[in-house]
Unconditional design. Structure first.
Length: 293
């Protein structure tokens, strides 16, 4: 069964004056998945999203949404795409309920889903936005993005300002949206958020994509710490010949191996020797992602 990509980015580049914000980046977002853009602040995540939405124009490269090429003239292909900006700033002198109704009226959208979402996030609809805390203003942004029932959601640092409880509520919401067939592209500099939420991860560093792969493939790369006590341990030359072993530490007849990749190769290797004791410990996905930085 062939993969259907909802979003495709090819060789995308964008400069601001002499500053190259993104440099020939490539990645694709599979339909019905949650795809994370991971990178430090200033890595190019927001610029990429703004180019996809036509809020900024690229200097070079191509972008597609639902197999249609994005250009300055065909904004219609973004009609079924919702967006939460990283610096979300709503009209502050009105109440959230007035803001939501205003946005929906502009779009001729009769959805009342903002009521359900506001209840989910315990958002006070009748308090002026300027009187809300940073976290509650972020909830306004989340509600306005999800209330339209769009098929594609592009979310820039969506949990910024949320306390841990509402970060959990947000995760449950995007998992529910994914189950309903929605496609979600979200950015974050938070390793834990990406590892908890995403099916695929594209890592951007200094404007370049340094990795784009599935969470499943990333998990295979997690480093496993294996301590083995041998009756007659292997020598260093033999250990170095095993590709799955990243590093090792020797302490008398006990060797601690740091293993990634093909664990079967490692198991086959240690089975050649008499093993007296064995202990294992795996790093988590966040630690694996951290290695890219």
């Amino acid at each position: 069964m062939s993969t259907i990509n909802t979003v495709v980015v090819k060789n995308l580049s964008k400069s601001y004056g002499n500053f190259l914000a993104i440099n020939k980046i490539n990645f694709s977002v599979e339909k019905g998945t949650i795809h994370g853009l991971l990178g430090e602040n200033g890595a190019g995540k927001t610029t990429t999203m703004r180019c996809l939405l036509g809020l900024s124009y690229s200097d070079y490269g191509e972008m597609y949404i639902n197999q249609e090429k994005i250009s300055k003239k065909n904004h219609n292909i973004r009609r079924n795409t919702a967006y939460l900006a990283g610096d979300f700033r709503p009209y502050e002198n009105i109440k959230p309920i007035e803001y939501f109704k205003y946005i929906l009226k502009l779009e001729n959208n009769k959805s009342d889903r903002y009521l359900e979402l506001s209840e989910l996030f315990k958002l006070d609809l009748n308090k002026k936005i300027k009187e809300l805390s940073k976290g509650n203003k972020q909830k306004v942004g989340i509600v306005q993005a999800f209330m339209r029932n769009s098929d594609i959601l592009i979310l820039d640092e969506p949990t910024s300002g949320l306390d841990p409880n509402y970060q959990r509520v947000f995760r449950e919401l995007i998992f529910s949206e994914k189950k309903a067939g929605k496609t979600i592209l979200l950015s974050s500099h938070d390793l834990l958020e990406i590892s908890n939420c995403c099916d695929y991860v594209t890592i951007i560093k200094e404007g370049k994509v340094i990795s784009s792969q599935s969470k499943e493939d990333l998990i295979k790369q997690t480093i496993k710490k294996v301590s083995v006590k041998f009756s007659n341990p292997p020598d260093a030359k033999r250990i170095d010949s095993i590709k799955a072993i990243n590093n090792f530490e020797v302490n008398d007849d006990q060797i601690t191996f740091f293993v990634s990749g093909d664990i079967n190769e490692f198991i086959k290797f240690i089975s050649e020797f008499e093993v007296l004791e064995l202990e294992t410990e795996s790093s988590n996905l966040s630690q694996t992602l951290l290695e890219y930085f």
